[in-house]
Design a protein. Structure first.
Length: 576
């Protein structure tokens, strides 16, 4: 079998750093709305507009969905579920004025909805009515996702309306999980810092920066600000250097360090209670995203952007969600709202490149990334994104050039760079430069020995070449232990058993692989081969016919047709 099939399916998992998400729990986005014909249905009927909105929503086109749902709600204003769906979509696309109107309508239909009450409370804060905001936040339930945010937000509302002591007291009396303790301490420290109590802020922050692990960017920013304000500028610079060594692609820390080195003032992460609220929401959005709680993460990111639209991080999170559901135009519109002086503007440009590609504007994306690579010759992320774009389009020579330049800039790779070695190895293998590719895969495993995708790619490649079969089998067994529900990796282990003549074991694993990935032609073909070798000839032919129906590439299709005609042993198969 030609190796051109398996690795492509594996590396597509790493084609970009986009998060694969769905905003609403009831419907999953499907298809690519960028390629969809525009919806032109125009009807005054609620049902027709609802169906058109539902169609647009399922295709990921939230802006169009919102238009049709608004029309439907106008003719059916008591429809609670329709209003809730419209509210969530309006938040996701950043239509906050419309979301406010829908929220007020919802509050009349169902006054107890926590997500609506939280949004309306934040509108009070946005407009400077902090006492009203504090009362509204205090009345929210302490359960669910809203219960995570309410104490932090109430603390900042009290900070503004009653003073720092009241704000800190609200956060101190809250019992929080270990995962949120650092976030609460950070916000207590920022309340002290903004109140001019810098020593107290430094004492709160210092323990959170101990240890060898990189700290959250917002916490490092706060600590650097406090230390600099206390006149401990070299200590602040050393903190930033240490963190930057662990997170070399962080876009903010070099800017802070440059300010220190030229004697300029470091600005704090935010300057007032409204900024503290937005920052708290973004911290929670990040934590929820890290736990794959995407809908909740998007909700908090939207609230942060509604409260403080001049910030960049919330818009970036919303744009990531839009692009993940296939709405490239929506993502570009959200990215347009990030100011050029935002610390998130560099990451926004990286994401814009992927959005431009998805929108059919690849050359524009390539030119932008090449310009970014020239702008900051010490960075590698623009080059890696450029390489990913070329690799997805099977332009392997261009991808290899970008990855090689990234590695040249990097110098010595560390654990964080295993993926760059991996994708560079893939492009080298595709270009027929196997010895170099193998060296890259082994180097990636030196950094992260148990990385399942590298174990799979290298192990499968060795199996395909008929070399190091026992070692390959052990690597693939380890990969399966790490990702037992990945059908492609399970298939690789089954194929290793096949190449070693262990046909019964091959059947066992390949049957599981087909169960996990029933629509893959390669896996179905593999199972047919294994059935043939254990004497299950009728089932073998069924699997080959199944594989042929799944539109395999031309080389595999010809191989399957020969086997269906002559059987495995006499088909002249190139799979040994």
């Amino acid at each position: 079998m030609s190796l051109s099939l398996r690795p492509r399916r594996v590396w597509l998992l790493f084609g970009s750093w986009l998060w694969l998400t769905t905003l609403l729990g009831g419907c999953a986005a499907a298809g690519n709305p960028g390629a969809a014909a525009p919806i032109t249905l125009d009807s005054s009927g609620a049902a027709a507009n609802y169906l058109a909105g539902r169609y647009a929503f399922e295709r990921g086109d939230y802006a169009t969905a919102a238009k049709f749902f608004r029309r439907a709600l106008a003719t059916d204003p008591r429809n609670l579920e329709l209003a809730r769906r419209l509210f969530r979509i309006e938040l996701a696309i950043g239509s906050f004025d419309e979301a406010a109107e829908t929220a007020r309508q919802l509050s009349e239909l169902a006054p107890a909805l926590p997500e609506v009450r939280l949004f309306l409370a934040l509108l009070e804060a946005r407009d400077g009515r902090m006492e009203q905001a504090a009362r509204a936040l205090a009345a929210l339930p302490d359960t669910g996702v809203v219960g995570l945010a309410a104490p932090l937000l109430e603390g900042w509302a009290l900070f503004a309306s009653e003073g720092p002591r009241a704000g800190r007291a609200r956060l101190r009396r809250e019992t929080v999980s270990d995962g949120l303790e650092r976030l609460y301490l950070y916000h207590r420290a920022m309340m002290s810092a903004l109140a001019g109590e810098l020593e107290k802020a430094a004492q709160l922050l210092a323990p959170q920066l101990e240890g060898g692990e990189p700290a959250p960017t917002r916490l490092v920013h706060a600590a650097a600000f406090v230390l600099a304000e206390l006149g401990r500028r070299e200590e602040a610079a050393e903190l930033l250097r240490k963190q930057l060594a662990q997170l070399p692609e962080n876009p903010l820390m070099p800017r802070l360090l440059e300010h220190l080195e030229r004697g300029a003032r470091i600005e704090p992460p935010f300057t007032d209670a409204k900024g503290g609220m937005a920052d708290a929401l973004l911290g929670l959005a990040q934590a929820l995203r890290d736990q794959n709680l995407t809908a909740q993460s998007v909700y908090f990111a939207a609230l942060a952007s509604a409260l403080r639209p001049e910030g960049g991080e919330g818009w970036l999170l919303l744009a990531q969600s839009a692009l993940a559901r296939g709405d490239a135009d929506g993502a570009l519109a959200l990215l347009d709202r990030i100011p050029e002086d935002s610390a998130d503007f560099w990451d926004a440009r990286l994401l814009r490149a992927n959005a431009l590609v998805q929108a059919g504007r690849k050359q524009e994306a390539v030119r932008m990334l090449e310009q970014m690579a020239r702008e900051r010759p010490q960075r590698i992320d623009a080059l890696v994104t450029l390489g990913d774009i070329h690799r997805r389009d099977e332009e392997y020579a261009l991808a290899e050039k970008a990855y090689a330049e990234a590695l040249r800039r990097l110098g010595e790779a560390d654990r964080a760079h295993w993926r760059l070695l991996y994708v560079h190895g893939i492009t080298l293998e595709r270009l027929g430069r196997w010895d170099e590719a193998e060296a890259r895969f082994l180097a990636a495993l030196d950094l992260v020995p148990d990385q399942p995708f590298v174990l799979n790619y290298l192990g499968y490649s060795w199996v395909d070449r008929g070399v190091h079969l026992e070692r390959a089998k052990e690597m693939l067994r380890k990969a399966v232990e790490l990702r037992p529900d990945d059908g492609f990796i399970v298939d690789s282990l089954g194929w290793a058993h096949f190449r070693l003549g262990e046909y019964e074991e091959a059947v066992r694993h390949l049957e599981k692989a087909v169960e996990l990935e029933p629509g893959d032609p390669v896996i179905n073909d593999h199972l047919g081969d294994a059935y043939w070798q254990v004497g299950r000839r009728r089932e073998a032919r069924f699997q080959w016919e199944r594989a042929l129906s799944l539109e395999p590439d031309p080389d595999l299709a010809r191989s399957i047709e020969r086997k269906l005609r002559f059987g495995y042993a006499d088909a002249g198969s190139d799979r040994g």
